[in-house]
Design a protein around this ligand. Structure first.
Ligand code: ATP
Length: 274
């Protein structure tokens, strides 16, 4: 079954400034995705040696910003964004899936520049597992044929301004043939201490902190091993601490209380992260 979500760049509200600690990857992604999409002529002087890649892969553990990066790339480049979810295929759906795959590429051509984003690409275009239906192999083949068609020049001598951007937590499960079509592969690893500090700053930018009792560097240190998504969750939890405290002091026994002036809450403290 294939599900398709089409988003125009102005409806995406994630930009590079919202992403913490991935500055180097962002710089490289500009060369691999943004410039080819928005200024394909930059690559024509050394074609085909410098042809723009039609496939880019982001890989790494869950929650470290792959989806965020994909959306920010669409937003920053002004490209349309097609988010393609393809889940387990059955014979019943096969015909439709193939049709949708064709529709995706034809839509992408109409909407150029365009990013076709496939999260968990290993599940969609992964190596053949036992029990996998013949039909899904055929959808894969169809996808690859259409993908290969992107690099052939159009009537004005330019390749299509379309990039297939894949994301995965399990790079080793991806078919060799698919990996070859994504010559640019970017690791998106767990954040180090400096990166966690940056993510904390971003996540807490509108949250009141108790500056005397909040040590950003210390929190960045003790959150070792956490992903960006875990850090956000820890901040959400910490931000609840002043609310819980307030509610303990003003017991209402479940009855609604009048709106509260938020300045009454104390700011969050380092201790709230334990
Ligand atoms: P998955 O593999 O589970 O799809 P992912 O790598 O695509 O994970 P995202 O969906 O981009 O991860 O991240 C989940 C959430 O965690 C984001 O919406 C964001 O709030 C937060 N987050 C993750 N990484 C970062 C980061 N580097 N900077 C800021 N926020 C982040």
């Amino acid at each position: 079954l294939v599900a398709l979500e089409m988003v125009s760049p102005e409806d995406i509200h994630v930009g590079f400034d919202d992403i913490g600690g991935l500055d180097l990857i962002i710089e490289e992604l500009k060369e691999s995705v943004i410039y080819p999409l928005t200024m394909p002529h930059l690559y024509s002087h050394a074609a085909p040696l410098l042809s723009a890649p039609s496939g880019v892969l982001l890989y790494g553990p869950p929650g470290c910003g792959k989806t965020m990066l994909a959306k920010a790339l669409a937003h920053e480049s002004g490209a349309s964004f097609i988010n393609l979810h393809i889940s387990t295929m059955t014979e019943k759906w096969y015909g439709d899936s193939n049709k949708i795959v064709r529709a995706v590429f034809s839509l992408a051509r109409k909407m150029q520049p365009c990013i076709i984003f496939i999260d968990e690409i290993d599940a969609v275009l992964g190596t053949r597992r036992s029990g996998e239906h013949e039909a899904s192999g055929m959808v894969k083949a169809e996808f690859m044929t259409l993908w290969d068609g992107l690099t052939s020049a159009n009537s004005s001598g330019m390749p299509a301004q379309i990039v297939v951007l894949g994301a995965t937590n399990r790079i080793h499960d991806i078919d060799e043939a698919i990996l070859r079509r994504m010559p640019k592969k970017f690791p998106v690893p767990l954040p180090g201490q400096d990166q966690r500090r940056r993510i904390l700053q971003l996540v807490l930018q509108d949250t009141k902190t108790d500056s005397q009792n909040f040590d950003l560097d210390y929190v960045a240190k003790i959150t070792s091993g956490m992903s960006g998504s875990d850090i956000k969750e820890a901040c959400r939890d910490a931000a609840m601490a002043p609310v819980r405290e307030f509610m303990r002091e003003h017991r209402t026994h479940g009855r609604p209380m009048a709106p509260v002036d938020p300045s009454q809450f104390r700011g969050i403290r380092t201790d709230d992260f334990f």
